[in-house]
Design a protein around this ligand. Sequence first.
Ligand SMILES: NC(=O)C1=CN([C@@H]2O[C@H](COP(=O)(O)OP(=O)(O)OC[C@H]3O[C@@H](n4cnc5c(N)ncnc54)[C@H](OP(=O)(O)O)[C@@H]3O)[C@@H](O)[C@H]2O)C=CC1
Ligand SMILES: O=C(O)[C@@H]1CCC=N1
Length: 267
Amino acid sequence: MKLGFIGAGNMATAIIKGLLAKNFLPATDIYITTSSSEHTETVAKNLGIQSAHSNADLIEIADTVIIAVKPHIAPIILNEQRELLTKRKSVLISIASGLTLENLAELTSSEQKIVKVMPNMNVSIGQSVSAICGNQLITKEELDLVAALFNVVGSTYEIAEKDFRNFTALAGCSPAFTYLYIDAMSRAGVKNGLPKAMATKIAAEAVKGSAQMVLDSEDTPWDLIDKVCSPGGTTIAGLVALEEEHFMATVIKGLEATIKRDQELEG
Ligand SMILES: NC(=O)C1=CN([C@@H]2O[C@H](COP(=O)(O)OP(=O)(O)OC[C@H]3O[C@@H](n4cnc5c(N)ncnc54)[C@H](OP(=O)(O)O)[C@@H]3O)[C@@H](O)[C@H]2O)C=CC1
Ligand SMILES: O=C(O)[C@@H]1CCC=N1
């Protein structure tokens, strides 16, 4: 497989680092473009991979093309490159939020093989959770190959396209919310006398262990909450205070705002 990334920002570089770390592809088979040749050269050099002179050159070289630009830029590029993509019979992978398989086919052609993937930032440490679905032209083998690519950098769920928005909120955007939670805990630690770096590390380790516990245990999160809360103790006091401020409803509101924004981006 020769893999080309149109766009080499946060997501593409994280995926590339993950793929290189696991030796999924040799660095000689990974190509990128950015908005300028100079920037492409710099990023490619830093990652130790290949630069393409233009998006058209990249499509000429790669058999699998990941469009990893911001959702409002993707339509412009796909429209420009539609004939070449069709001619090359490339598999097009889109990670842009808010663009449906139907949008992507309209922007390219009815013959375009398309896979929609929603990864998250944790690709760079091999712990992404990604959703995947293909259009009617994608064979099972092609879908499996794309799933294998994203399995190298985490786990992959094949889901119906109608569930993508929900997945984007739960897995694509939620790392940002979790960082916010960790930072808020860390600031509470600082407020009460711990140095910031130490407080952040402690908060992050507590979150990591708690997430692992949910994955490993047969208990539901509520069962685990009850096990932490000693009668008349400290945790129940904190839990009640959080719920007085509508903690659960606030989290749900945050995720639902991302679902609404995703709908708006689709237009
Ligand atoms: N960030 C995240 O956690 C996640 C993001 N996504 C999706 O991934 C996509 C990329 O997001 P992210 O990586 O954060 O975005 P970034 O802004 O970090 O990266 C965008 C990249 O696109 C490049 N670019 C802009 N215009 C062109 C062009 N005409 N030709 C080639 N490259 C171009 C930019 O180049 P330059 O730097 O030179 O301007 C940059 O390298 C988005 O669609 C987003 O919805 C999906 C899941 C999670
Ligand atoms: O903020 C965004 O639009 C992208 C999609 C998922 C995470 N980041």
